[in-house]
Write a protein that binds this ligand. Structure first.
Ligand code: GDP
Ligand code: ZN
Length: 458
């Protein structure tokens, strides 16, 4: 594959001890060598060696920066091409001085994700691994990081590969028997199709079951904190976030907008949404807030309904409880420090005992119980630390669902003894859909769309 030579800063933007500029492409070594003064000729340097020297201006010879240069020759590099990594001092100035002279050579600035795209095109990683690199860069919790890391290492690719191998064997079997349309063979083949597609469906189901946990680990549990004005929603959000991002006041209805905050509770990332108090109102500004909080409720994975234990249940709250029936809800009886006027028996008509948490945000009482209830709810107490492969990417989930459908069609057709050349089409489709996950059958436009999500230098 012939491609041009590209360069970009690969370390994080901002002040750091060192910065790394990555250059990749067939001409990367001679192009950098033309700017390098050191003990050794870079063009002669063996792969995986590091060289101390200076980057100089190609015309004036002026010394621009003191550097360490690492040579990695094709195909043993991240992109599978010749790669030169230049370590410079951290800071904007030194990086810019080196980038400036590099781009005066036969080198162009890399597009976002272009290094990873080359790694994919060079066959070093498959598509699901490339996507996992995006997740790694963006991951918001330690757990999400390890899930993405496993995917980079290829655990999902491995499983998809196994499914496809088994479908390929099935296709081969069908192919052979298509030429023998005797009744016996046909029945045997149908049984074989049912067995194999049934196995594949079960495997896909196992993967899909991890999808909701995978999404949670990646994006956080979307958690809406709802309730009437002044019950303590913003105070709770602040207590959970241990930062004062939401404004806490004594005036009802100050939280006009939905405020988002990321927190991690027992390793579970939560995206907290503090909604405006839910209640019918003529106040236009608050009405917008109320609309937003209804939207927040509908998209939430978890709802924290906050009530004031110092007051009897309000009609608005009864209505609200009706509205969120059947959802994942924790009911919080806040303000336990005040004289109690809330009837818990009434709450028990709506919620399990275990879903009701009494606390006082003001006196920092009961927060630990709430945190326990949250992790209990989502992971039966604790996150599994085993070797599970999580599917966390929406594109993968959609394709797994499609493949599952195709296999179900094949299964049902086999049951009804529909001619096997018809069934073959469905099996083939499933094989292709699974292939799209790892990029075997992915179209170019899809590739561009995926790789454009990367940041520069990756
Ligand atoms: P929101 O409108 O639901 O967001 O309520 P805020 O968080 O703004 O709180 C309203 C008022 O209730 C503030 O004065 C808080 O200090 C107070 N508050 C919050 N939690 C408690 C609590 O547990 N006990 C008492 N006594 N007051 C609380
Ligand atoms: Zn508030």
């Amino acid at each position: 594959m012939i491609s041009d030579t590209i360069a970009a800063v690969s370390s994080a933007v901002g002040e750091g001890g060192i910065a790394i500029i990555r250059v990749s492409g067939p001409d990367s070594i001679p192009q950098v060598a033309a700017l390098f003064r050191g003990g050794k000729q870079l063009t002669e340097a063996p792969s995986h060696t590091v060289h101390y020297g200076h980057i100089v201006h190609p015309e004036s010879g002026e010394v621009l920066e003191e550097v360490l240069v690492t040579i990695m020759r094709a195909p043993r590099s991240f992109t599978t091409e010749d790669v030169v990594e230049i370590s410079t001092h951290g800071g904007v100035i030194s990086v810019r001085r080196v980038m400036d002279v590099l781009l005066r050579q036969q080198i162009r600035l890399a597009e976002p994700g272009e290094f990873t795209k080359r790694a994919f095109l060079g066959g070093r990683i498959d598509l699901s691994q490339a996507e996992a690199v995006i997740d790694l860069i963006r991951s918001k919790s330690d757990r999400a990081f390890s899930v993405a890391l496993k995917q980079v290492e290829g655990s999902l690719s491995q499983q998809i590969g196994d499914f496809r191998q088994s479908l390929l064997e099935l296709l081969a079997h069908i192919e052979v028997n298509i030429d023998y349309p005797e009744h016996d063979v046909e029945t045997l083949t149908a049984a074989f199709i049912k067995e194999k597609s049934g196995e594949a469906i079960a495997g896909i189901d196992r993967l899909l079951k991890t999808a909701s946990q995978g999404k949670i680990l990646r994006e956080g549990i979307t958690t809406a904190i709802i309730g009437r004005p002044n019950v303590g929603k913003s105070s709770l959000l602040n207590a959970l976030a241990r930062e004062n991002k939401a404004i806490v006041t004594d005036i009802p209805g100050t939280t006009r907008d939905v405020i988002e905050e990321y927190v991690t509770i027992n390793q579970i990332p939560l995206k907290l949404l503090d909604t405006a108090g839910i209640r019918e109102t003529m106040d236009v500004v608050e009405k917008i807030g109320v609309e937003r909080s209804k939207a927040a409720v509908s998209e939430a994975d978890l709802i924290l309904l906050v009530l004031n234990a110092g007051e009897p249940l309000h009609d608005d709250e009864l209505e609200l409880m009706e509205q969120i029936r059947g959802r994942q809800v924790l009911c919080i009886m806040n303000k336990m420090d005040l004289p109690q006027h809330l009837d818990k028996g009434q709450l028990l008509q709506f919620f399990d005992e275990s879903a009701i948490v009494s606390m006082s945000v003001l006196e920092e009482e009961g927060l630990d119980r709430l945190e326990e209830a949250i992790s209990e709810l989502f992971f039966g107490g604790k996150l599994e630390s085993g070797d599970m492969t999580y599917v966390s990417n929406v594109r993968h989930v959609a394709l797994l669902n499609k493949a599952r459908q195709s296999l179900t069609d094949a299964y049902e057709a086999a049951e009804q003894l529909i001619p096997i050349d018809m069934i073959q089409i469905d099996v083939r489709l499933a094989w292709e859909q699974l292939g799209e996950i790892v990029g075997d059958t992915a179209a170019d436009s899809l590739l561009d769309q995926i790789f454009s999500q990367f940041c520069l230098g990756k």
